[in-house]
Each structure stands twice: as structure tokens, then as C-alpha cells.
Design a protein around this ligand. Structure first.
Ligand code: ATP
Ligand code: MG
Length: 274
């Protein structure tokens, strides 16, 4: 790891922008996150500015709230705009909530800059408790009706895929948006194109409600071995999905809390040092 990143460190020291850009194009966001705390504050800023925007968003989404707020305040406006565009809606809602506490004026400005549809979705998401399924989910799921044929769904997926959080699971809803079934991408691909969704879907869907506690969500996903769990509101209407990456963060949080509790010390505030 260190060896793969040492050219990057060297380019950062030298301030060689061209070389940096080239190296950053080949660096996985996770590798950057692994050394993030060891980078100088100034170098982190450079990295977040020069990374291709999708990778910048992935790094950004995994930073602590305080750091996110700080970067939204200080990064160049074009980069902030790109980050907000690239983040998935759950991560976007979290980042904006981080800013809201620290800088209400900036929060309002950033929210105003979102397109109306995104803004409405973010406002919807921020209504939910952070430690419940509603606070973890994203509305970027794929849903179809049970009367559709397999080939219609595949055609639909082609259009929906770029904006969906995942296309491996396709949820089936009725005319009121209520969750009725689920099928995997594999189920879809192996079925005859003329088959109706109703014939191949699994009608026994395991789901969470928006107010299901995050630990329960994690437990459900672990027990059933699901990488994605659908979330419904009080009327059974599908409103989002929780993906396993968000749940792993939850488990890490809970484990850290438990460890601190066992050690009978206070959980320190997350400190972001420049
Ligand atoms: P297999 O395990 O047979 O290879 P697969 O690769 O198509 O199946 P998996 O991800 O393993 O897909 O999912 C297996 C099945 O679980 C799929 O048929 C899918 O319909 C079902 N499934 C996915 N999510 C849920 C859910 N939330 N509730 C109930 N069933 C689900
Ligand atoms: Mg499988």
C-alpha cells in the first residue's frame, strides 16, 4: 500500500500537478482513505481538488462530518458543485446536515443550488432519524410493476441504471407504490424475455421500515445475507434502499461504542486535525 502510494506522496511534496492528476486517476479512493489521516491538511485539499470527480465524491462521502463541512466551505465552488452532483442522495443529505450545524448560511446556499427534484429528495431524507433505516436509505432504487415483461424491465434498466444506487435487485411495486416483490438481476437475465415479472418475482420480501433501528437493519442484512434491503413507510410504500456499505459503517460505529463502553472511557469526539 505504502509502496503504491509513495509516488503520489512524492508528487504532492513536489507540487507536480500534472503528475498528481495522472497518479490520482489510478488510485482507488479506499487507498487514499487508508492514508488520509497521515496526509498533511494541505495535501488532502490538493487531492480532493485534483481527483476525478467521481473518486473525489467517494473519498468525500467517507470523511467525518466535520471534515465534510470544512471542505464544502473551502474547496473551489466548481468542485463543491461536482461533489454535490456526484454524491448519492443519502450521502448528500448527510453532508448537508453536517454543514447545517456549522454554517447555516452556507447550508442554505448549497441547498438552493440543487436542482428542485434533488432538493425535495434531500429534504425528504433529512426528516428521518440518523440511526434509523430512513436515515441510512437512499431513494435511488429501481422499481417496476408486476405486469411488465422481462424484456420491458431490461429496457427500463438500461435507462435507469446510470442513476441507480444498485441494479442487482429490482423491486416490484403496485399502483400505490407498495412493495410487492423482488427479483435479482440474475433472475431477470435467465428468464424468457416474454415472462411477466409477477411469475419470477419473490413475493416474500424482507424489508425494514423507515423507523427500524439501524442495528436491526444490520442484523436483518447479516441474517439473510442481503447486500441491499428495501425500506417502506407506514403504508408499505417503498421509499428507499439501504446498501451494505452504509450498514458496515453502522456496525463499525456500534463496535467502537461498545469497545469504549467496555473500557469505561468516554467516546472522544471525532477530531479532524488539519
Ligand atoms: P443465487 O443465490 O441463486 O445465485 P442471485 O445471484 O440471483 O441468486 P442473490 O443476490 O443471491 O441473487 O439473491 C437471491 C434471491 O434473493 C433473489 O432471487 C432475490 O429475488 C432474493 N432477494 C433479494 N433481496 C430480497 C429481499 N429483500 N427479500 C427477499 N428476497 C430477496
Ligand atoms: Mg447469489
Amino acid at each position: 500500500m505504502e509502496t503504491t502510494l509513495s509516488p503520489l506522496r512524492q508528487a504532492l511534496q513536489e507540487g507536480d500537478t500534472l503528475k498528481l492528476k495522472r497518479l490520482l486517476e489510478e488510485t482507488h479512493p479506499q487507498d487514499l482513505l487508508a492514508v488520509w489521516d497521515d496526509l498533511e491538511g494541505e495535501h488532502r485539499y490538493v487531492v480532493l481538488t485534483l481527483l476525478p470527480k467521481d473518486r473525489a465524491a467517494e473519498v468525500f462521502a467517507n470523511l467525518p462530518a466535520e471534515a465534510q463541512a470544512e471542505y464544502l466551505k473551502t474547496l473551489p465552488p466548481w468542485r463543491v458543485r461536482e461533489l454535490l452532483e456526484e454524491l448519492s442522495l443519502d450521502d448528500l443529505a448527510d453532508a448537508l446536515q453536517a454543514v447545517e450545524e456549522e454554517d447555516p448560511a452556507l447550508f442554505r446556499r448549497l441547498k438552493e443550488a440543487l436542482d428542485p427534484e434533488t432538493r425535495a429528495e434531500v429534504e425528504e431524507l433529512t426528516r428521518y432519524e440518523e440511526d434509523e433505516a430512513g436515515g441510512l436509505m437512499t431513494p435511488e432504487y429501481v422499481a417496476v410493476r408486476e405486469g411488465m415483461t422481462v424484456e420491458e424491465v431490461i429496457r427500463f434498466l438500461r435507462r435507469a441504471a446510470p442513476d441507480a444506487e444498485t441494479i442487482y435487485y429490482i423491486y416490484v411495486v403496485d399502483e400505490a407504490g407498495r412493495l410487492k416483490g423482488v427479483l435479482s438481476l440474475r433472475d431477470l437475465i435467465v428468464a424468457d424475455p416474454k415472462t411477466k415479472v409477477a411469475e419470477i418475482m419473490n413475493p416474500k420480501v424482507v424489508f425494514a421500515r423507515t423507523d427500524t433501528d439501524q442495528e436491526e437493519v444490520a442484523r436483518l442484512m447479516a441474517d439473510y445475507d442481503f447486500t441491499v434491503l428495501p425500506v417502506v413507510d407506514e403504508d408499505g410504500v417503498l421509499v428507499g434502499i439501504v446498501t451494505v456499505d452504509d450498514v458496515l459503517d453502522v456496525l463499525e460505529e456500534e463496535a467502537t461504542e461498545d469497545i469504549h463502553r467496555m473500557a469505561a472511557v468516554d467516546v472522544p469526539d471525532l477530531v479532524y486535525s488539519q
